[in-house]
Design a protein around this ligand. Structure first.
Ligand code: CP
Length: 338
């Protein structure tokens, strides 16, 4: 792969709802676009690929990384993003998601939304005539998954192939865990969910991971046995109570996860790999699921990972805006001085 030539010149689907909807080569196209554009922009160049294009950002929940990264990505690519935060539009009042989707699709070129229920992002996609990107639902977090895979590529363990790489997600099987399972196995890596039985990744996702393994290699398991930490190249965690678990008291979660599943120096040492990297989608509840010593420690790549949300969003809006290949052609010409 030369960083400039995509296997899929245009997306196979209008919308980016779930990474599981795309095969490995198409996910690699999005990652390639993201990384090549990052290098170009970091070298001080600029792009106008989305000049006069608008992205509607519909949020049913709070967001820092998703909101800022999409808005900055659109601005850096010559376009514009509208932040439609909770309470800012008629959605949630008496206007339906279907009608909102139709209206946004007639005024904007792209829609990105963070929704309470996965069915809502599917409805937005169905009724919108323009591409819809899932900025997180209660099922998956696909834009996070692209940023995470870019981060894993950036910190690829020296001399290893995908089949030798082990990614362990520790703690609660959140939607970030589901997408990480899907993405790592799609890349032919070994995925482990290490967490308590009452918060384990569902059999549906383990099956999706295993189907990926059959096609691309690697393994996919859930375990409560700390032995699975051994040999990990990446330890990943997420909050123990998040946006979708507002009703559950914190004490209940703490009893389920603490201290066994807290990512601390002892847990990192249990990998036996001094180069094992620590990842977190953020925001973190510091000193609950991860200690300060790990999150701020030398092996943490969590803030590079946050920055890679921007890397990923540029690739996603270019790819689903159907200008990714043209953008890569332009970058190549500029680099060759043509
Ligand atoms: N990781 C993530 O989605 O962060 P935000 O909730 O701040 O967007």
């Amino acid at each position: 792969m030369d960083g400039y030539t995509l296997t899929h010149k245009v997306p196979s689907r209008k919308d980016f709802i779930d990474t599981a909807d795309f095969d490995q080569s198409e996910i690699l196209d999005i990652i390639t676009t993201s990384r090549t554009v990052r290098e170009f922009i970091k070298s001080g160049e600029y792009l106008n690929s989305l000049f006069h294009k608008s992205l509607a950002m519909v949020f049913e929940q709070k967001s820092t990384r998703t909101r800022v990264s999409f808005e900055v990505a659109m601005e850096q690519l010559g376009g514009h993003a509208l932040n439609l935060a909770p309470g800012a539009i008629q959605l949630g009042g008496h206007e339906t998601i279907e009608d909102t989707a139709q209206v946004l699709g007639r005024m904007c070129d792209l829609v990105m939304s963070r929704v309470d229920r996965h069915e809502s992002i599917e409805a937005l996609a169905k009724y919108s005539r323009v591409p819809v990107i899932n900025g997180m639902s209660d099922r998956v977090h696909p834009t996070q998954g692209i940023g995470d895979m870019i981060t894993i590529f950036d910190y690829w363990p020296t001399g290893k192939e995908a089949k030798d790489i082990k990614v362990v997600f520790v703690g609660d099987a959140t939607q970030v865990c589901n997408t990480l399972c899907e993405m790592t196995t799609k890349m032919g890596m070994n995925f482990v969910h290490y967490g308590p039985a009452n918060h384990k990744i569902t059999d549906e996702w383990l099956e999706i991971g295993r189907k990926n393994n059959e096609k691309y290699g690697g393994t996919c398991i859930w375990s409560e046995d700390p032995e699975v930490l051994k040999g990990a190249d990446f330890i990943y965690t997420d909050v123990w109570y998040g946006l979708y678990d507002k009703e559950t008291p914190k004490e209940v979660y703490m009893k389920d996860f603490y201290p066994k599943y807290q990512v601390n120096d002892e847990l990192m040492a249990a990998t036996g790999n001094p180069n094992c990297k620590f990842m977190h989608c953020l925001p973190a509840n510091r000193n609950e699921e991860v200690t300060d010593s790990v999150l701020d420690g030398p092996n943490s790549v969590a803030f590079d990972e946050a920055e890679n949300r921007l890397t990923a969003q540029r690739g996603l809006v270019l790819y689903f805006g159907r200008v990714a290949q043209a953008t890569l052609d332009y970058i190549k010409q500029q680099k060759e001085g043509k």
